[in-house]
Design a protein around this ligand. Structure first.
Ligand code: UDP
Length: 309
């Protein structure tokens, strides 16, 4: 049984990661400042003796009295709508928040796990994106608060690792969907599902020809667990390489919900990546990772969640 401190625990991925750790028999101290987290994501853990919740902003420092084997840092504003509204908080959590987590890991001699993102590749000119690709990032554009916070977080993690100050893991997380995303999260899948269920217009940005590769949350968490308990210290892409256009995704959600909503086109936000697809060769070979859920199965589960079933 390991002692794990997990930041961003009330978020979409954080709460699922906590569930997976608890199901494996570990103890979890969850930390969140609730800027985008939701208490209901943790409601089912209120009677779990191996789970403790601490409301705290890791930008202000991070201390913990007991022993820790792992410090897992998922604290971030991950949706383009959220990070555009809170660019400074986004930058600071990647910088100060990460530093405080790394210092705690160093003090406790714990493994440090950093949740990075496919956004480190920016608007990639190489596809699919292998970990060796350095990316094509606008350092001052509207997405830069997120991209650079994660790039800085990776650099800091790599520097601590290289200096022997902490044993580190870096996950580059690609687009993920599933239950516990927020209705007003602003990302494509929850937007389309909520719009389709309400019979409202489904808002495709641009002409919808931009691509993403969507991974169901259970598969993503499988990959994060494999990486956490591995000895792989270099960045690893975790996601599902099945690529599709955003217009295809809108049509698929319309069909799967049986909605009569019309698909409408809205302006494309700045620096929106034209393509995104993970090369998961490293995850396959070094972690034995393989996504298992079909897009249809994942969408059905997610639609059930948003329908309140
Ligand atoms: N998108 C869209 N309609 C929406 C929300 C998003 O067409 O209501 C597009 C967005 O412009 C992007 C893609 O869907 O091209 C994925 O966006 P999301 O916010 O889910 O995540 P991203 O991959 O951009 O971080």
């Amino acid at each position: 049984m390991a002692d794990v401190l997990l930041t961003g625990v009330a978020g979409f991925l954080g709460s699922h990661f906590a569930d997976a750790l608890l199901a494996d028999g570990h103890r979890v101290v969850g930390v969140d400042n609730m800027i985008t987290g939701a208490a209901r994501n943790l409601g089912h853990l209120s009677t779990e003796p191996r789970f403790t919740f601490v409301a705290h902003d890791i930008n202000n420092g991070l201390e913990f009295a007991g022993p820790l084997d792992y410090v897992v840092n998922l604290a971030s504003l991950a949706s383009p709508v959220d990070y555009s509204e809170h660019p400074l908080e986004t930058l600071m959590v990647g910088a100060f928040g990460s530093r405080h987590c790394l210092e705690l890991a160093r003090e406790k001699k714990a493994v440090y796990f950093f949740s990075s993102t496919s956004e480190v590749y920016g608007d990639p000119l190489v596809s699919p994106q292998p970990e060796s690709y350095w990316g094509n990032v606008n350092p001052t554009g509207v997405r830069s608060c997120y991209d650079e916070s994660k790039r800085f977080g990776e650099a800091l993690t790599a520097a601590y690792g290289r200096a022997g100050l902490a044993d580190v893991r870096i996950a580059r997380i690609f687009n993920t969907f599933g239950p516990r995303m927020r209705t007003n999260d602003g990302r494509a899948v929850p937007n389309f599902i909520v719009q389709a269920l309400n019979g409202e217009p489904m808002t495709v940005y641009g002409d919808g020809s931009q691509t993403r590769s969507f991974c169901y949350v259970d598969d993503l968490i499988d990959g994060l667990m494999l990486l956490l308990f591995s000895d792989v210290t270099t960045p690893i892409n975790i996601g599902n390489p099945k690529e599709m256009t955003i217009l295809e995704m809108a049509r698929l959600i319309k069909k799967t919900t049986g909605s009569t909503s019309e698909i409408v086109f809205r302006p494309l936000p700045g620096d929106d990546p034209k393509q995104r697809r993970p090369d998961i060769t490293q995850a396959r070979q070094r972690l034995g990772y393989e996504p298992k859920w079909t897009l249809h199965e994942g969408l059905v589960k997610t639609i059930e969640f948003f329908s309140g079933k």
